[in-house]
Design a protein around this ligand. Structure first.
Ligand SMILES: Cc1cc2nc3c(=O)[nH]c(=O)nc-3n(C[C@H](O)[C@H](O)[C@H](O)COP(=O)(O)OP(=O)(O)OC[C@H]3O[C@@H](n4cnc5c(N)ncnc54)[C@H](O)[C@@H]3O)c2cc1C
Length: 408
């Protein structure tokens, strides 16, 4: 590799996908000089640090899809990684609970999908078995998924960063470096940042909520737009949290890519309830009234967003009203745990999902990666990408090896 060039590869984005990709590259190419540039002052400041912390099993996703392949593989690798590096986690299992007759067909479909995806130990459970696992939960039928767990994904990201830097003297994970553009040359690219430039042979874009903009800045038409969906959480109070032992999920609406508000016992022994899914007027806006002119214009001037809104206006409006109504949020929670009362919940955090939407108005379901001669762009890495991150990283490392013709 050319000594006058600062790095062989620059990864943009210090979330779990960027860090796992850089880590996997350092494992298969120990001589490579790699940098991860993160615009915030700390790693995992956006999706990775604002999620539910669930290690998903891979039960829901389309058989044979990248989501299924990387989630089932990545989950096992994530648990092994957590054990090896002493990262807090717990394979506590989860239940999916139907509360209405009309949900039974979808519950059955999910169960069969889980069998097809070879998810270990899943079983159908009766109302009595639901109560044995979760004494305060009421449902008419359910699925028990013993392989689901919880973890601290921020600690995983921090560990990956430390490993990247120890794998090579010239590797860097730099926070507070915002990539603002690219100056392309024949054999290298100058990556422009708020704190100076770096030269690199190759770029890997893992910028999450900003990934379509980074792709465009690199001259790549992403073919999708990132549309931000905020998810708000409540948490159960100290006295109420005993009503949930582990993880309780509803049967999701198959028309939407979100799992519905659920109960998650966290690694800090709290119980979080959420997230909902509301269009956000700011890509990195965590407050209910946050607004950004550029982000809003970007989303609303895009034909795909408008088509999506027209098709799903009733659902979207319902979610919007629920976001501002504690009473309605509580009602969705009471469907699963009927004894919950208003004083049992209090608002806590929120997160924003980067959901790629096609021009046809459909949310892109699977992970989406686009390659160019000297760059790779990760354009859709929604849930379960945190669970799957080590397997996604492996896949991106393979793509980089082939695309950039890296030597072993
Ligand atoms: C509410 C919510 C709940 C979720 N729950 C789960 C769950 O339980 N389990 C699960 O597996 N997944 C879950 N997910 C999905 C998971 O969190 C994401 O798929 C995953 O974190 C994506 O990682 P990422 O690295 O692609 O994105 P991010 O974590 O968003 O990282 C992208 C990084 O790029 C940086 N960046 C952007 N632009 C620039 C720039 N110009 N220069 C430098 N840096 C830049 C950002 O600051 C950011 O840190 C959830 C997501 C949300 C939002």
């Amino acid at each position: 590799m050319n000594e006058s060039i600062d790095f062989d590869i620059v990864v943009i984005g210090g979330g779990i996908v960027g860090l796992a990709s850089a880590y996997k590259i350092t494992l298969s190419h120990p001589d490579i000089r790699i940098a991860v540039l993160e615009k915030e002052e700390k790693l995992a400041a956006h999706q990775t640090g604002h999620n539910s912390g669930v290690i998903h099993s891979g039960l829901y996703y389309k058989p044979g899809s990248n989501k299924t392949i990387t989630c089932t593989k990545g989950r096992k690798e994530m648990v092994a990684f957590a054990k090896k590096h002493r990262i807090p986690h717990d394979i506590c299992g989860k239940i999916i609970v139907a509360t209405k007759e009309k949900e039974l067909a979808e519950l059955e479909r999910i169960y069969n999908n889980g069998l097809e995806n070879k998810i270990e130990g899943i079983e159908k459970i009766s109302p009595e078995q639901i109560r044995e696992i979760e004494p305060f939960c009421e449902g008419i039928a359910g699925i028990h998924v013993p392989g689901t767990g919880i973890i601290d994904f921020v600690k995983v990201a921090e560990k990956l960063a430390a490993l990247i830097e120890t794998k090579g003297n010239n590797n860097r994970v730099l926070t507070g470096y915002e990539v603002t553009g690219f100056d392309k040359h024949d054999f290298y690219t100058r990556v422009l940042t708020n704190k100076g430039d770096f030269s690199t042979k190759y770029i890997i874009n893992c910028a999450g909520l900003q990934s379509d903009r980074i792709a465009r800045a690199d001259g790549v038409e992403p073919g999708v737009k990132i549309v931000p969906f905020r998810g708000d959480y409540y948490e159960l109070t100290e006295t109420a949290k005993e009503k949930v032992k582990a993880l309780i999920y509803p049967v999701p609406d198959p028309k939407f890519p979100f799992l519905g508000v659920h109960f998650t016992r966290t690694i800090e022994d709290m119980v979080e309830c959420g997230p909902n899914a509301v269009f956000s007027f700011k890509r990195e806006g965590y407050g209910k009234t946050d607004f950004d002119v550029k982000d809003t214009w970007d989303a609303l001037s895009y034909r795909g967003t408008l088509k999506m809104f027209i098709k799903n206006w009733r659902y979207g409006l319902g979610e919007y009203v629920r976001a501002f109504s504690r009473k309605l949020f509580l009602r969705s929670l009471q469907r699963l745990v009927p004894s919950l009362q208003n004083e049992d919940i209090r608002p806590c955090k929120s997160g924003v999902r980067a959901q790629a939407v096609g021009r046809n108005g459909r949310p892109v379901d699977d992970f989406k990666i686009k390659r160019r001669k000297n760059s790779v762009h990760v354009l859709n890495a929604p849930s379960p990408a945190a669970t799957a991150s080590l397997a996604i990283g492996e896949y991106i490392s393979e793509i980089a090896t082939e695309q950039f013709k890296l030597r072993d």
